[in-house]
Design a protein around this ligand. Structure first.
Ligand SMILES: *Cc1c(COP(=O)(O)O)cnc(C)c1O
Length: 375
């Protein structure tokens, strides 16, 4: 493929920092580079506490434990999302109540949320699709009214904002991803961010195999042992060293991605105005972190033809997210409600190549192929 869908960007310092981590002689987790990364996020965005994890999925699993999910508890999750948003809670025994997306963008429709709430509802999981904020005021208002916890799936939402507030700082807990397809990467990797201080102590314990090791190393207790449930959720210093090299360059990475995104928008907006497809909708309360550039075609048939035409030109565009409510694993457990917007995005949304090393010429080429195809 001449233009792949994604290409992991290296800043150049990754292997240097990994070498440093190895030379220091401490390559297990919770060391120097881990602290640097966690502090970076806490200081730059104002999270109360950040813990690096081996993936966003793991951060969501930690969140499910912290929310004390018990068998039979209900968790509201959009159906048009990645598996992990639901899976982490299913593993803890929750029943997933799938929510509908908005028509104007794939985020959860907050206006239809309240009707899904029952006395068993414990958590709402807003997913900031493409790094664009959900309507967090509406969601937090409903959650607070019913005493429900909010776990933001901010996997795609690094360095993005809702009315000036960083995404991931609004819910009680939030989960980020540094998978190689995201803006800031460490191969596999993630982070749990904690905004509600009640959860901090227990989160550290769950993070380190159910032990109070973190407190011990801070000198707060004089011995450590097994005090709770947990797992080995923390990444090694090798991963954190890689991540640090990325974080040092976050502004440059974000600026470049936004330039490319804006160029896509400029080039394709006129075609959207003619009704060939829709371009991303960014509500006035949200910023764009240029995680993804997508189009919403008018039908599955038109999307298939567009992807094929790009492929014929050596350009890889992809679709994703078959709605989770109709997935082989969950369809029998779903309550049967139709979610037409989720199905519409599953059929009609296409993601165009988007990565730091993409050039403006590449974007112009992709857009010209799309124009030719439609004319
Ligand atoms: C990428 C992604 C995840 C999973 O992230 P991992 O780090 O691969 O576990 C979860 N939710 C959403 C919305 C994602 O885009």
């Amino acid at each position: 493929m001449k233009i792949p869908f994604n290409k992991p960007h290296l800043t150049g310092k990754e292997t240097e920092y990994i070498t440093q981590a190895v030379a220091i002689g401490k390559i297990s987790g919770n060391g120097n580079f881990t602290h640097k990364c966690q502090q970076f996020f806490e200081q730059r965005y104002g999270f109360k506490k950040c813990l690096l994890t081996t993936s966003c999925t793991d951060a969501l699993e930690m969140a499910a434990i912290l929310c004390d999910i018990q068998p039979g508890d209900e968790v509201i999750v959009p159906s048009y999302t990645f598996v992990s948003s639901a899976l982490a809670f299913v593993r803890a025994g929750a029943k997933i109540v799938f929510a509908e997306s908005m028509g104007k963008n794939p985020n959860i429709d907050a206006n239809k949320l309240e009707s899904l709430i029952t006395p068993k509802t414990k958590v709402i999981v807003p997913v900031h699709y493409a790094g664009v904020a959900c309507d967090m005021f509406a969601i937090m208002t409903i959650a607070n009214k019913h005493n429900i916890l909010v776990v933001e799936d901010a996997a795609q939402a690094i360095d993005s904002f809702y009315k000036g507030k960083p995404l991931g700082t609004i819910g009680h807990l939030s989960a980020f991803s540094f998978h190689e397809t995201k803006n800031i990467i460490s191969g596999e990797g993630g982070m749990l961010a904690i905004n509600d201080e009640r959860f901090i102590r227990r989160a550290e314990i769950i993070w380190e195999k159910g032990t109070n090791r973190a407190e011990f190393f801070r000198g707060e207790v004089n011995k450590y042992g097994w005090v709770d449930t947990g797992s080995s959720f923390l990444p090694s210093e090798v991963i954190a060293a890689f991540l640090w090299a990325q974080l040092e360059n976050i502004d440059e990475i974000q600026n470049k991605r936004k330039q490319l995104w804006n160029l896509y928008f400029e080039q394709l907006q006129p075609l959207a105005a003619k009704g060939y497809f829709r371009v991303p909708n960014i509500p006035e309360y949200a910023t764009n972190n240029a995680h993804m550039f997508y189009l919403v075609c008018n039908s599955l048939k038109e999307r298939t033809a567009l992807i094929q035409e790009l492929k014929n030109n050596d350009i890889l565009a992809v679709f994703h997210y078959l709605s989770l409510h109709s997935s082989p694993f969950y369809k029998d457990k779903h309550d049967g409600r139709n979610l037409p917007n989720c199905d519409m995005y599953a059929d009609c949304l296409v993601r165009l190549p988007m990565y730091y090393d993409l050039t403006e010429e590449d974007v112009e080429l992709i857009c010209s192929k799309i124009k030719e195809h439609l004319n």
